[in-house]
Design a protein around this ligand. Structure first.
Ligand code: UD1
Ligand code: UDP
Length: 366
């Protein structure tokens, strides 16, 4: 079996690194090829993750870069097709819900190449989110659907997808966190930024619904106000940086620590030691659930309800004014009692490898 892995954005690297590692321990070198679409390309959005997560250098760099949805998707498809023609893989593995995912799945489907979709079955039921369109298409055309939470089963069933394609394996993003726990603990990012562990709010925001319109200025104003009560550190996603700098009369707000995006180890160190996190990220809702760090999600909905039901996540709505409630909520909240959701245990990628490349029964009995 020959496998082509397609990645392109920051969260893709975190979700795929353990799958590549698990498959490389099963199949010889030369059976794996990695494609980096180039959807994310800044060192702090891409290369640093490959380095820190131990992902081998990609075999193919498509360099699609930024653009409209159609441009990004079309460029990826156009550049991926010849790679598939030359590599002749038996399977394409792709995670998540970004435009690189959509493009990879569509390209493979037209070439009758089976696809394994990692993190399948999540639904926000909000078709105005570009990711929701990508998720629906990816699941419709993938042959192996790897699920990380139980609600995904019902979501897929409701779309007429049969159980024979579904495999509930757990969360590969949590595999990465578990695998790197010692290096995360040693990173000491809070001290490097002059922050005391347990004292500060960590912020990340990048969804178009929040940062591409009038809500962004309001959000920054509320964060600046909150920073009078507790330190606020905000590693700014490049989309958000671009939109901030385009605001009329933009000047960096006082009190807020606006910094560059962080590499994985420093970010997870800051996340682990935060008093709370404010985010609209999908992955960070999951990581805080695992870590037991209170998370406030500045969105109207979440495709990850398990983080609200079993975890530490509170949905604030798409309402910057709700930021003002965070200190009081934290003061009145009992210490979070939480258990990681089922199979968020550091072994999801091994379960995926067991399904894609079962251990040889003769070797096991030898
Ligand atoms: C994308 C995904 C989103 C995911 C997020 C993770 C889609 C539709 N969106 O959003 O689901 O949650 O990645 O971070 O696929 N930019 C840079 N440098 C980079 C990358 C981007 O400056 O390395 C800037 C460009 O101005 C670009 C903008 O960020 O236009 C948005 O990038 P894009 O990849 O289109 O979407 P994201 O907002 O990153
Ligand atoms: N992350 C990081 N540095 C940052 C912000 C996020 O390493 O400055 C990590 C985060 O811990 C998680 C992943 O990037 O592992 C999530 O990426 P993002 O929020 O961009 O995407 P989403 O999960 O929303 O698709």
């Amino acid at each position: 079996m020959r496998i082509l892995y397609v990645v392109g954005t920051r969260p893709n690297f975190v979700k795929t690194a353990p799958v590549i590692a698990a498959m490389r321990s099963r199949l010889p070198e030369g059976r794996h090829a990695i494609v980096h679409t180039g959807q994310h390309y800044d060192r702090l959005m891409s290369e640093i993750f490959l380095d820190e997560l131990g992902v081998p250098a990609p075999d193919h760099m498509l360099e699609v870069g930024s653009g409209t949805h159609a441009q990004q998707t079309a460029r990826t498809m156009e550049r991926l097709e010849p790679v598939i023609e030359n590599e002749k893989p038996d399977l394409l593995v792709v995670p998540g819900d970004v435009n690189s995912t959509l493009a990879a799945v569509l390209t493979a489907a037209k070439m009758e190449l089976p696809v394994a979709h990692v993190e399948s079955g999540l639904r926000s039921f909000d078709l105005s989110m570009p990711e929701e369109v990508n998720r629906i298409v990816a699941d419709r055309f993938s042959s192996h659907l790897f699920l990380h939470s139980e609600e995904a089963i019902g979501n897929l069933r409701a779309e007429g997808i049969g159980p024979e394609r579904m495999h509930f394996v757990g969360n590969t993003m949590i595999d990465t966190l578990v695998a790197l726990q010692d290096r995360i603990a040693a990173a000491g990012a809070a001290a490097k930024l002059g922050l005391s562990p347990g004292s500060y709010l960590l912020v990340t925001l990048h969804r178009p619904a929040l940062v591409d319109g009038p809500l962004l200025a309001d959000t920054v104003a509320h964060l600046s106000h909150l920073a009078q009560d507790m330190p606020v550190v905000f590693p700014v996603h490049p989309r958000t940086r671009k939109m901030m700098e385009a605001l009329p009369d933009w000047s960096p707000p006082t009190g807020l620590q606006l910094i560059e995006p962080l590499g994985y180890l420093d970010f997870l160190s800051l996340e682990t030691d935060a008093r709370a996190v404010l985010t609209d990220s999908g992955g960070i809702q999951e990581e805080t659930t695992f870590l037991g760090v209170p998370c406030f999600t500045l969105r109207a909905n979440t495709e990850r309800p398990v983080t609200v039901d079993l975890g530490t996540n509170t949905l604030l709505g798409l309402d910057p004014a709700a930021i003002a409630e965070i200190p009081a909520t934290l003061a009145n909240q009992p210490t979070a009692q939480h258990e990681p959701p089922p199979l968020w245990d550091g072994h999801a990628a091994e379960r995926i490898a067991d399904i894609l490349s079962p251990p040889d029964p003769e070797l096991l009995s030898a």
